[in-house]
Design a protein. Structure first.
Length: 342
């Protein structure tokens, strides 16, 4: 642990004035600080194994084309994270510490606490490691259909401003480390856009692949409006579309993808539209029937008023208030006001 700490502290100690050294301001710092560094180093070194375990957990539920994509992404993301850490150690640290120690006022001795220094470099290691994952994030967003390379190119000015803003938040408050984080993020963003243009196209929706790696046989499937059991054999008259490498339909059971979108035929689309129009016509007829019933009640109200049956007229008017439309309700209210004034 002590040797590891000496290695990570070398970029700072090389720029300390002659005779100066790092200090430990806490009683347990000489023991706990190298111990903490060992734990963090173990975590960083175990990243490939951790990602492999995650991959082994989710792999059985992935399609074959997804498996082919995940393995390169896991390997490249791990490699890029390590490259980001090495970039921070060999490029950023010497420049940052040379700048910081060179701006020390006269009469001030640089005596950096070992615990504070460890927190400082771990922040930079993590920031640069994550920043170098930008191409992976860009590629995944394009592959998932969240955005497109053309859209990302149009938003390049915002990406650049965001990179410098993120560099300001993730790095210590000095211009050098912020710039050295933002510039690689921008360049790696461009790399991610290029990779997305070249390799980011998803497999055709008409050619899904099974979880076990074999191609699913594709045949015309009748669309249903409600959830139904997925057939395990093709219906009479259906034909299989064979692709190179497909298993023989005589030997393999037919397993259509229930999530695959199947467009409606023209006849089925016309039938759907006719059904919607019929429902709208039925609703319109019901509304007209209710309106006609209220109109008859208004005529009955007038007849009862002429006959002197005020109580019967009021009863009908209250029914109109509950059943009529806006105009009929307005007429009923006016008649009630007339009855109240009589």
């Amino acid at each position: 642990a002590n040797k590891i700490y000496v290695w990570v502290a070398t970029p700072l100690m090389e720029h300390l004035p002659a005779g100066a050294s790092m200090i430990a301001t806490e009683v347990a710092s000489p023991f706990l600080t190298p111990f903490k560094l060992s734990l963090v180093a173990a975590f960083f070194l175990s990243i490939p194994y951790t990602l492999y375990q995650m991959w082994a957990f989710v792999a059985p539920g992935l399609y074959a084309h997804e498996k082919r994509l995940v393995l390169p992404l896991v390997a490249s993301s791990t490699l890029l994270f390590y490259i980001g850490m090495l970039f921070a150690y060999y490029v950023v640290f010497p420049l940052v510490f040379a700048f910081l120690t060179g701006t020390v006022p006269d009469g001030v001795t640089v005596a950096t606490d070992i615990a504070k220094y460890l927190d400082f470099i771990l922040t930079l290691f993590f920031a640069f490691g994550m920043a170098f994952e930008v191409p992976i994030a860009t590629f995944i967003l394009v592959w998932m259909g969240v955005t497109t390379p053309e859209s990302l190119v149009e938003k390049r000015p915002y990406i650049i401003v965001g990179a410098f803003s993120l560099g300001m938040l993730l790095t210590p408050p000095d211009v050098i480390s912020q710039t050295l984080l933002a510039l690689p993020m921008w360049l790696l963003f461009e790399v991610g856009v290029i990779a997305a243009k070249l390799f980011g196209k998803r497999p055709e929706e008409g050619h899904p692949e099974s979880v076990d790696g074999d191609h699913r046989a594709v045949g015309p499937a009748a669309p249903t409006q409600t959830a139904a059991a997925v057939p395990t054999t093709p219906a009479p008259g259906e034909e299989f579309v064979r692709f190179e490498g497909d298993p023989s339909p005589e030997k393999e059971s037919w397993r259509p993808d229930p999530d695959r979108f199947v467009p409606l035929t023209e006849a089925e689309l016309d039938a759907q539209l006719d059904m919607i129009e019929a429902e709208e016509d039925a609703e319109a007829k019901a509304d007209r029937s209710a309106s006609a019933l209220v109109e008859r009640k208004l005529k009955d109200v007038q007849k009862k008023r002429d006959a002197g049956d005020t109580a019967g007229a009021r009863r009908l008017l209250y029914e109109i208030l509950a059943e009529g439309d806006a105009d009929q309700v307005s007429v009923a209210k006016n008649i009630l006001q007339q009855l109240d004034t009589d």
